[in-house]
Design a protein around this ligand. Sequence first.
Ligand SMILES: [Zn+2]
Length: 266
Amino acid sequence: MGVSANWNTESIGETGLKLHEAYGKLTIEAGLKSSIINVPNVVGMLEGSDPDLKHEHIGIGSHLDHMGKRGDTIYYGADDDGSGSTAVLLTAEALVKSDVKPKRSIVFMCFAAEEIGLVGSRYYTENPLLPLDDMVCLLQMDMVGRNEETADEPASENVETIHLVGSKRISMDLHGLTISSNRHLGFEFEYDQESVYSRSDHANFARKGVPITFLFSGFHPDYHQPTDTIEKINFEKLTNSAKLNYLVAIQAANRPERLKKDAAGG
Ligand SMILES: [Zn+2]
């Protein structure tokens, strides 16, 4: 809801603010403008090979939107979330070309309108293409292409690190599978960014009880800036994120029993 904080009269027309001043009482009326927007989630599926298991599916996700163009300024979003969407496509290519075919299905999901409130993924979880009860897990990748850089930590200290967010909340089975798969990649997992657990698309699935992992390489000075551009991407980290989720997905798809849930989610 857009409400202007300045008290000049110009804002009346725009936001429908009416100011009544009478003897010290101030009444504010706010008008709400709503509009319907089409959010094109892009979803693809590699169908499982086992007739009894293929109804169960593993999701691999990212978001395909960013902040667009503001005036003449373009926000490229190379890391947020060009890196994640590229990693989803790399994982898809590897799974399709692999000699080892998944028994359970794999669903590749690039959500729209994440930046304006996880709108695309919320729409999907409210109108799923496949029953959410059959969704074994969602492996989300949002910003997997940079070395974390903060006031306390230079990027040079974070070449091998990546945050593994939310993996212990619903299924320790999924967490354990991610840890064991990482033996082949050698990421240094960090667990100090649970604060972003609700800030990307997996949150809508977790709310519905779907086990999730969220790979996030961390914040940096170009976050939500026009300077989030491709020449700064660590392509090895991006590719390793795709490789890690390839390993997790193929094992989750082919293990005899489905990944167990420990908690109801949320
Ligand atoms: Zn993002």
